[in-house]
Design a protein around this ligand. Structure first.
Ligand code: HEC
Ligand code: HEC
Length: 352
Protein backbone atom coordinates (compact mmCIF):
# COMPACT_ATOMS: atom_id res chain seq x y z
CA UNK A 1 0.00 0.00 0.00
CA UNK A 2 2.78 2.39 0.95
CA UNK A 3 4.03 2.35 -2.61
CA UNK A 4 0.62 2.64 -4.21
CA UNK A 5 -0.35 6.14 -3.28
CA UNK A 6 1.97 8.19 -5.54
CA UNK A 7 1.22 5.89 -8.48
CA UNK A 8 -2.45 6.50 -7.86
CA UNK A 9 -1.66 10.21 -7.87
CA UNK A 10 0.20 9.95 -11.20
CA UNK A 11 -2.45 7.68 -12.69
CA UNK A 12 -5.10 10.18 -11.64
CA UNK A 13 -3.21 13.03 -13.29
CA UNK A 14 -3.01 10.89 -16.42
CA UNK A 15 -6.71 10.00 -16.35
CA UNK A 16 -7.59 13.64 -15.82
CA UNK A 17 -5.45 14.56 -18.83
CA UNK A 18 -7.18 11.87 -20.89
CA UNK A 19 -10.55 13.06 -19.68
CA UNK A 20 -9.64 16.57 -20.75
CA UNK A 21 -8.62 15.25 -24.19
CA UNK A 22 -11.86 13.26 -24.50
CA UNK A 23 -13.79 16.35 -23.59
CA UNK A 24 -11.91 18.22 -26.31
CA UNK A 25 -12.72 15.52 -28.88
CA UNK A 26 -16.38 15.55 -27.85
CA UNK A 27 -16.58 19.31 -28.12
CA UNK A 28 -14.98 19.15 -31.54
CA UNK A 29 -17.42 16.49 -32.72
CA UNK A 30 -20.31 18.63 -31.47
CA UNK A 31 -19.10 21.77 -33.19
CA UNK A 32 -18.71 19.88 -36.48
CA UNK A 33 -22.26 18.53 -36.34
CA UNK A 34 -24.36 21.36 -37.81
CA UNK A 35 -27.43 21.15 -35.55
CA UNK A 36 -25.62 20.25 -32.31
CA UNK A 37 -26.20 22.65 -29.42
CA UNK A 38 -23.09 24.50 -28.28
CA UNK A 39 -24.50 25.66 -24.96
CA UNK A 40 -22.55 22.99 -23.02
CA UNK A 41 -19.19 24.29 -24.16
CA UNK A 42 -17.55 26.41 -21.48
CA UNK A 43 -16.88 29.93 -22.63
CA UNK A 44 -13.24 30.61 -22.00
CA UNK A 45 -12.40 34.05 -20.63
CA UNK A 46 -10.06 36.38 -22.49
CA UNK A 47 -6.89 36.34 -20.39
CA UNK A 48 -4.00 38.78 -20.66
CA UNK A 49 -1.25 37.40 -22.90
CA UNK A 50 0.74 34.52 -21.44
CA UNK A 51 -1.49 33.77 -18.44
CA UNK A 52 -2.74 30.20 -18.21
CA UNK A 53 -3.39 27.05 -16.19
CA UNK A 54 -0.62 25.61 -13.98
CA UNK A 55 1.06 22.63 -15.72
CA UNK A 56 0.44 19.29 -13.97
CA UNK A 57 3.73 17.44 -14.49
CA UNK A 58 7.13 18.81 -13.53
CA UNK A 59 10.17 18.29 -15.72
CA UNK A 60 12.47 15.55 -14.37
CA UNK A 61 16.16 14.86 -15.00
CA UNK A 62 16.97 11.69 -16.99
CA UNK A 63 18.90 10.15 -14.09
CA UNK A 64 16.13 10.66 -11.54
CA UNK A 65 12.70 9.66 -12.84
CA UNK A 66 9.77 10.52 -10.58
CA UNK A 67 8.87 6.88 -9.83
CA UNK A 68 6.39 5.92 -7.12
CA UNK A 69 9.14 4.16 -5.12
CA UNK A 70 11.50 7.16 -5.17
CA UNK A 71 8.65 9.49 -4.25
CA UNK A 72 7.64 7.37 -1.25
CA UNK A 73 11.22 7.13 0.09
CA UNK A 74 11.70 10.85 -0.55
CA UNK A 75 8.58 11.65 1.44
CA UNK A 76 9.93 9.68 4.41
CA UNK A 77 13.25 11.54 4.20
CA UNK A 78 11.47 14.88 3.87
CA UNK A 79 9.91 14.32 7.31
CA UNK A 80 13.08 12.72 8.79
CA UNK A 81 14.61 14.68 11.70
CA UNK A 82 17.56 12.22 11.69
CA UNK A 83 19.02 14.40 8.94
CA UNK A 84 19.76 16.96 11.66
CA UNK A 85 22.42 16.86 14.35
CA UNK A 86 19.89 17.44 17.13
CA UNK A 87 17.20 15.13 15.78
CA UNK A 88 14.78 18.04 15.88
CA UNK A 89 14.78 19.46 12.34
CA UNK A 90 13.37 17.96 9.18
CA UNK A 91 12.79 19.64 5.83
CA UNK A 92 9.19 19.98 6.99
CA UNK A 93 10.26 22.12 10.00
CA UNK A 94 10.92 25.09 7.74
CA UNK A 95 8.91 24.01 4.67
CA UNK A 96 5.78 22.84 6.49
CA UNK A 97 3.46 21.07 4.06
CA UNK A 98 0.57 21.95 6.34
CA UNK A 99 1.19 25.65 5.69
CA UNK A 100 1.90 25.81 1.94
CA UNK A 101 5.53 24.70 2.25
CA UNK A 102 6.73 27.61 4.39
CA UNK A 103 7.15 28.47 8.08
CA UNK A 104 5.73 32.01 7.80
CA UNK A 105 8.76 33.31 9.73
CA UNK A 106 10.87 36.20 8.54
CA UNK A 107 13.96 34.02 9.02
CA UNK A 108 13.61 30.30 9.82
CA UNK A 109 14.65 28.86 13.17
CA UNK A 110 17.37 26.22 12.79
CA UNK A 111 19.96 24.43 14.94
CA UNK A 112 20.22 25.91 18.49
CA UNK A 113 17.54 28.50 17.72
CA UNK A 114 19.80 30.17 15.14
CA UNK A 115 18.21 32.18 12.37
CA UNK A 116 19.67 32.43 8.87
CA UNK A 117 19.71 35.57 6.73
CA UNK A 118 17.06 34.65 4.18
CA UNK A 119 13.36 33.89 4.17
CA UNK A 120 12.42 30.26 3.43
CA UNK A 121 10.61 30.05 0.08
CA UNK A 122 7.95 27.41 -0.47
CA UNK A 123 8.83 23.93 -1.77
CA UNK A 124 5.45 23.75 -3.53
CA UNK A 125 5.89 23.87 -7.32
CA UNK A 126 9.66 24.37 -6.83
CA UNK A 127 10.43 21.73 -9.47
CA UNK A 128 9.12 24.24 -12.01
CA UNK A 129 11.80 26.85 -11.20
CA UNK A 130 14.83 27.25 -13.46
CA UNK A 131 17.20 27.12 -10.48
CA UNK A 132 16.83 26.76 -6.71
CA UNK A 133 17.37 29.39 -3.97
CA UNK A 134 16.72 33.13 -4.16
CA UNK A 135 20.11 33.53 -5.85
CA UNK A 136 19.80 30.36 -7.97
CA UNK A 137 22.99 28.79 -6.61
CA UNK A 138 21.61 25.23 -6.88
CA UNK A 139 20.73 24.20 -10.45
CA UNK A 140 18.45 21.27 -9.53
CA UNK A 141 16.34 20.09 -6.59
CA UNK A 142 18.89 17.25 -6.26
CA UNK A 143 21.70 19.79 -5.66
CA UNK A 144 19.53 21.83 -3.32
CA UNK A 145 18.59 18.88 -1.08
CA UNK A 146 22.25 18.21 -0.22
CA UNK A 147 22.61 21.62 1.42
CA UNK A 148 20.30 21.83 4.48
CA UNK A 149 21.49 18.71 6.39
CA UNK A 150 25.05 20.16 6.52
CA UNK A 151 24.16 23.85 6.84
CA UNK A 152 25.32 24.95 10.33
CA UNK A 153 22.30 27.22 10.96
CA UNK A 154 19.79 24.72 9.58
CA UNK A 155 20.27 21.02 10.39
CA UNK A 156 23.97 21.23 11.33
CA UNK A 157 25.09 17.64 10.72
CA UNK A 158 28.91 17.39 10.68
CA UNK A 159 29.34 15.56 7.35
CA UNK A 160 27.62 13.48 4.69
CA UNK A 161 29.07 10.41 6.41
CA UNK A 162 27.44 11.38 9.70
CA UNK A 163 24.03 11.73 8.03
CA UNK A 164 24.38 8.38 6.25
CA UNK A 165 25.56 6.66 9.44
CA UNK A 166 22.49 7.88 11.32
CA UNK A 167 20.16 6.84 8.48
CA UNK A 168 21.79 3.39 8.54
CA UNK A 169 21.27 3.15 12.30
CA UNK A 170 17.63 4.17 11.82
CA UNK A 171 17.13 1.27 9.41
CA UNK A 172 17.10 2.94 5.99
CA UNK A 173 19.48 0.56 4.21
CA UNK A 174 16.87 -1.96 2.97
CA UNK A 175 14.60 0.88 1.80
CA UNK A 176 17.41 2.41 -0.31
CA UNK A 177 18.41 -1.01 -1.70
CA UNK A 178 14.79 -1.67 -2.69
CA UNK A 179 14.50 1.67 -4.50
CA UNK A 180 17.97 2.10 -6.04
CA UNK A 181 19.18 -1.53 -6.28
CA UNK A 182 22.68 -2.79 -5.50
CA UNK A 183 24.16 -3.42 -2.05
CA UNK A 184 24.65 -1.36 1.12
CA UNK A 185 26.21 1.45 -0.97
CA UNK A 186 22.69 2.24 -2.23
CA UNK A 187 22.31 4.19 1.02
CA UNK A 188 24.28 7.23 -0.17
CA UNK A 189 24.01 10.99 0.18
CA UNK A 190 23.40 11.32 -3.57
CA UNK A 191 20.52 8.84 -3.50
CA UNK A 192 19.07 10.58 -0.43
CA UNK A 193 18.98 13.84 -2.42
CA UNK A 194 17.49 12.09 -5.46
CA UNK A 195 14.64 10.58 -3.45
CA UNK A 196 13.82 13.91 -1.76
CA UNK A 197 13.85 15.68 -5.14
CA UNK A 198 11.55 13.04 -6.66
CA UNK A 199 9.09 13.62 -3.81
CA UNK A 200 9.28 17.39 -4.24
CA UNK A 201 8.40 16.96 -7.94
CA UNK A 202 4.95 15.72 -6.88
CA UNK A 203 4.22 18.88 -4.87
CA UNK A 204 2.06 20.81 -7.32
CA UNK A 205 -0.93 22.95 -6.41
CA UNK A 206 -3.63 22.56 -9.09
CA UNK A 207 -7.14 23.97 -9.34
CA UNK A 208 -6.70 27.48 -8.00
CA UNK A 209 -9.71 29.77 -8.49
CA UNK A 210 -7.74 31.38 -11.33
CA UNK A 211 -7.10 28.01 -13.03
CA UNK A 212 -10.78 27.10 -12.82
CA UNK A 213 -11.65 30.51 -14.26
CA UNK A 214 -9.08 30.04 -17.06
CA UNK A 215 -10.63 26.65 -17.90
CA UNK A 216 -14.10 28.18 -18.03
CA UNK A 217 -15.22 26.29 -14.93
CA UNK A 218 -15.67 29.08 -12.45
CA UNK A 219 -15.58 32.81 -11.94
CA UNK A 220 -13.35 35.19 -10.00
CA UNK A 221 -14.45 38.46 -8.40
CA UNK A 222 -14.64 41.74 -10.29
CA UNK A 223 -11.83 43.08 -8.08
CA UNK A 224 -9.63 40.11 -9.04
CA UNK A 225 -10.40 40.71 -12.73
CA UNK A 226 -9.43 44.38 -12.38
CA UNK A 227 -6.23 43.27 -10.64
CA UNK A 228 -5.52 40.77 -13.42
CA UNK A 229 -5.78 43.48 -16.06
CA UNK A 230 -3.79 45.95 -13.95
CA UNK A 231 -0.72 43.70 -13.53
CA UNK A 232 -0.69 43.23 -17.29
CA UNK A 233 -1.20 46.92 -18.06
CA UNK A 234 1.54 48.25 -15.77
CA UNK A 235 4.08 45.53 -16.65
CA UNK A 236 4.32 43.29 -13.56
CA UNK A 237 3.87 40.39 -15.98
CA UNK A 238 6.99 41.30 -17.93
CA UNK A 239 8.74 39.40 -15.10
CA UNK A 240 5.89 37.46 -13.43
CA UNK A 241 4.82 35.96 -16.76
CA UNK A 242 3.23 32.77 -18.11
CA UNK A 243 1.24 30.11 -16.28
CA UNK A 244 3.85 29.99 -13.48
CA UNK A 245 3.67 33.79 -13.05
CA UNK A 246 7.45 33.96 -13.23
CA UNK A 247 9.68 34.08 -16.31
CA UNK A 248 12.14 32.04 -14.20
CA UNK A 249 14.79 34.67 -14.95
CA UNK A 250 17.11 36.56 -12.62
CA UNK A 251 16.41 40.26 -12.21
CA UNK A 252 17.82 43.17 -10.34
CA UNK A 253 15.82 44.11 -7.23
CA UNK A 254 17.43 47.24 -5.80
CA UNK A 255 16.16 46.74 -2.27
CA UNK A 256 17.73 45.72 1.05
CA UNK A 257 21.36 44.85 1.78
CA UNK A 258 21.63 41.28 0.42
CA UNK A 259 23.92 41.13 -2.67
CA UNK A 260 22.02 38.10 -4.06
CA UNK A 261 23.61 36.53 -7.15
CA UNK A 262 26.75 38.67 -6.77
CA UNK A 263 27.74 36.61 -3.73
CA UNK A 264 27.67 33.53 -5.98
CA UNK A 265 29.35 34.84 -9.15
CA UNK A 266 31.44 37.73 -7.75
CA UNK A 267 30.29 39.90 -10.67
CA UNK A 268 29.20 43.52 -10.06
CA UNK A 269 26.40 43.23 -12.62
CA UNK A 270 24.85 40.51 -10.42
CA UNK A 271 24.55 42.81 -7.40
CA UNK A 272 21.03 42.57 -5.89
CA UNK A 273 19.95 40.07 -8.54
CA UNK A 274 17.36 37.46 -7.49
CA UNK A 275 15.13 34.91 -9.18
CA UNK A 276 11.71 36.31 -10.06
CA UNK A 277 9.42 34.64 -7.53
CA UNK A 278 6.27 32.92 -8.70
CA UNK A 279 2.89 34.32 -7.72
CA UNK A 280 1.46 30.79 -7.31
CA UNK A 281 0.21 30.49 -3.67
CA UNK A 282 1.90 33.78 -2.81
CA UNK A 283 -1.06 34.87 -0.66
CA UNK A 284 -0.23 31.99 1.73
CA UNK A 285 3.55 32.49 2.03
CA UNK A 286 3.95 35.77 3.94
CA UNK A 287 6.24 37.43 4.88
CA UNK A 288 7.73 38.45 1.54
CA UNK A 289 11.02 38.98 -0.29
CA UNK A 290 14.38 37.27 0.20
CA UNK A 291 14.78 39.09 3.52
CA UNK A 292 11.18 38.59 4.62
CA UNK A 293 10.97 42.33 5.22
CA UNK A 294 7.52 42.89 3.68
CA UNK A 295 5.06 41.70 6.30
CA UNK A 296 1.95 41.77 4.12
CA UNK A 297 1.05 41.04 0.52
CA UNK A 298 -0.17 44.62 0.14
CA UNK A 299 3.26 45.93 1.25
CA UNK A 300 5.01 43.59 -1.19
CA UNK A 301 2.80 44.75 -4.09
CA UNK A 302 3.35 48.41 -3.29
CA UNK A 303 7.14 48.00 -2.96
CA UNK A 304 7.39 45.98 -6.18
CA UNK A 305 5.48 48.66 -8.11
CA UNK A 306 7.77 51.38 -6.74
CA UNK A 307 11.11 49.60 -7.07
CA UNK A 308 10.59 47.64 -10.29
CA UNK A 309 8.22 49.90 -12.21
CA UNK A 310 8.64 53.33 -10.63
CA UNK A 311 4.86 53.41 -10.11
CA UNK A 312 2.87 54.60 -7.11
CA UNK A 313 -0.22 52.44 -6.90
CA UNK A 314 -3.47 53.72 -5.36
CA UNK A 315 -4.91 51.79 -2.42
CA UNK A 316 -7.69 50.56 -4.71
CA UNK A 317 -5.18 49.21 -7.24
CA UNK A 318 -3.21 47.46 -4.49
CA UNK A 319 -6.42 45.86 -3.20
CA UNK A 320 -7.39 44.71 -6.72
CA UNK A 321 -3.95 43.19 -7.36
CA UNK A 322 -4.05 41.43 -3.97
CA UNK A 323 -7.50 40.06 -4.85
CA UNK A 324 -6.06 38.71 -8.10
CA UNK A 325 -3.00 37.16 -6.41
CA UNK A 326 -5.33 35.44 -3.93
CA UNK A 327 -6.99 33.61 -6.83
CA UNK A 328 -3.63 31.92 -7.47
CA UNK A 329 -3.84 29.86 -4.26
CA UNK A 330 -4.17 26.23 -5.41
CA UNK A 331 -4.95 22.95 -3.68
CA UNK A 332 -1.99 22.10 -1.48
CA UNK A 333 -1.08 18.39 -1.81
CA UNK A 334 -2.50 16.20 0.96
CA UNK A 335 0.42 14.28 2.38
CA UNK A 336 0.09 11.52 5.01
CA UNK A 337 2.74 11.83 7.69
CA UNK A 338 5.05 8.81 7.03
CA UNK A 339 6.09 6.20 9.61
CA UNK A 340 9.85 6.63 9.96
CA UNK A 341 12.14 3.57 10.26
CA UNK A 342 13.63 3.23 13.77
CA UNK A 343 15.59 0.47 15.53
CA UNK A 344 13.74 -1.47 18.26
CA UNK A 345 14.78 -0.98 21.87
CA UNK A 346 17.21 1.90 21.47
CA UNK A 347 17.19 5.57 20.49
CA UNK A 348 19.26 7.13 17.71
CA UNK A 349 22.39 8.95 18.88
CA UNK A 350 21.87 12.71 18.84
CA UNK A 351 24.51 15.37 19.51
CA UNK A 352 23.98 18.80 21.10
C1 HEC B 1 16.14 25.74 9.20
C2 HEC B 1 15.22 25.93 8.12
C3 HEC B 1 15.33 25.07 6.87
C4 HEC B 1 15.43 23.70 6.78
C5 HEC B 1 15.53 22.70 7.92
C6 HEC B 1 15.38 23.40 5.37
N1 HEC B 1 15.26 24.53 4.64
FE1 HEC B 1 14.99 24.65 2.62
N2 HEC B 1 15.27 26.63 2.69
C7 HEC B 1 15.40 27.39 3.85
C8 HEC B 1 15.79 28.74 3.50
C9 HEC B 1 16.03 29.88 4.47
C10 HEC B 1 15.90 28.77 2.09
C11 HEC B 1 16.34 29.96 1.21
C12 HEC B 1 17.85 30.05 1.25
C13 HEC B 1 18.46 30.88 0.15
O1 HEC B 1 17.81 31.12 -0.88
O2 HEC B 1 19.61 31.28 0.28
C14 HEC B 1 15.53 27.44 1.61
C15 HEC B 1 15.42 27.07 0.26
C16 HEC B 1 14.92 25.85 -0.17
C17 HEC B 1 14.53 25.54 -1.51
C18 HEC B 1 14.57 26.48 -2.71
C19 HEC B 1 13.20 26.96 -3.10
C20 HEC B 1 13.24 28.07 -4.11
O3 HEC B 1 12.18 28.64 -4.41
O4 HEC B 1 14.32 28.41 -4.61
C21 HEC B 1 14.11 24.22 -1.51
C22 HEC B 1 13.58 23.44 -2.70
C23 HEC B 1 14.27 23.73 -0.18
N3 HEC B 1 14.75 24.74 0.62
C24 HEC B 1 14.06 22.42 0.22
C25 HEC B 1 14.51 21.92 1.45
C26 HEC B 1 14.67 20.50 1.75
C27 HEC B 1 14.40 19.38 0.77
C28 HEC B 1 15.09 20.40 3.05
C29 HEC B 1 15.45 19.16 3.82
C30 HEC B 1 16.57 18.38 3.28
C31 HEC B 1 15.16 21.78 3.55
N4 HEC B 1 14.83 22.66 2.54
C32 HEC B 1 15.47 22.10 4.86
C33 HEC B 1 15.20 26.92 5.13
C34 HEC B 1 15.26 25.58 5.49
C1 HEC C 1 11.81 43.56 -13.29
C2 HEC C 1 11.15 42.34 -12.89
C3 HEC C 1 9.95 42.45 -11.96
C4 HEC C 1 8.81 43.21 -12.11
C5 HEC C 1 8.47 44.15 -13.22
C6 HEC C 1 7.97 42.90 -10.96
N1 HEC C 1 8.57 41.98 -10.16
FE1 HEC C 1 7.78 41.16 -8.46
N2 HEC C 1 9.54 40.18 -8.13
C7 HEC C 1 10.66 40.25 -8.93
C8 HEC C 1 11.77 39.62 -8.26
C9 HEC C 1 13.20 39.51 -8.79
C10 HEC C 1 11.28 39.16 -7.01
C11 HEC C 1 12.07 38.50 -5.89
C12 HEC C 1 12.43 39.61 -4.93
C13 HEC C 1 13.34 39.21 -3.83
O1 HEC C 1 14.42 38.68 -4.08
O2 HEC C 1 13.03 39.48 -2.67
C14 HEC C 1 9.87 39.53 -6.97
C15 HEC C 1 9.01 39.27 -5.90
C16 HEC C 1 7.68 39.63 -5.83
C17 HEC C 1 6.79 39.32 -4.75
C18 HEC C 1 7.17 38.58 -3.47
C19 HEC C 1 7.19 37.10 -3.67
C20 HEC C 1 7.65 36.36 -2.45
O3 HEC C 1 7.42 35.14 -2.44
O4 HEC C 1 8.25 36.92 -1.53
C21 HEC C 1 5.55 39.84 -5.06
C22 HEC C 1 4.29 39.75 -4.25
C23 HEC C 1 5.69 40.50 -6.33
N3 HEC C 1 7.00 40.35 -6.79
C24 HEC C 1 4.69 41.19 -6.97
C25 HEC C 1 4.89 42.04 -8.06
C26 HEC C 1 3.91 42.96 -8.56
C27 HEC C 1 2.49 43.11 -8.02
C28 HEC C 1 4.49 43.62 -9.61
C29 HEC C 1 3.92 44.76 -10.38
C30 HEC C 1 3.50 45.89 -9.57
C31 HEC C 1 5.83 43.09 -9.76
N4 HEC C 1 6.04 42.13 -8.79
C32 HEC C 1 6.73 43.48 -10.74
C33 HEC C 1 10.74 40.83 -10.19
C34 HEC C 1 9.80 41.69 -10.72
Amino acid sequence: MRHMKPSIFLALAFILTLAACDQGAEDKAKSEAPAAPTAMQPTLPALPEGMGVLPTIMPQPADNPTTAARVELGKTLYFEPALSKSGQFSCNSCHNLGTFGVDNQRFSIGHKWQRGGRNAPTVLNSGFWSKQFWDGRAPLLEDQAKGPPLNPVEMASASEEEVIKRLRQAGYEPLFVEVFGGGPEALSYDNMAKAIAAFERTLTTPNSAFDKYARGEGDISEAAKRGMRKVDEIGCTSCHSGPLFTNNAFQNFAFGTDAGLKDVTGKDEDDHVFRVQSWRNVAMTAPYFHDGSAATLNDAIRIMAEVQLDTDLSDADVADIAAFLETLTGESPKVDFPILPRPAGQALQWRD
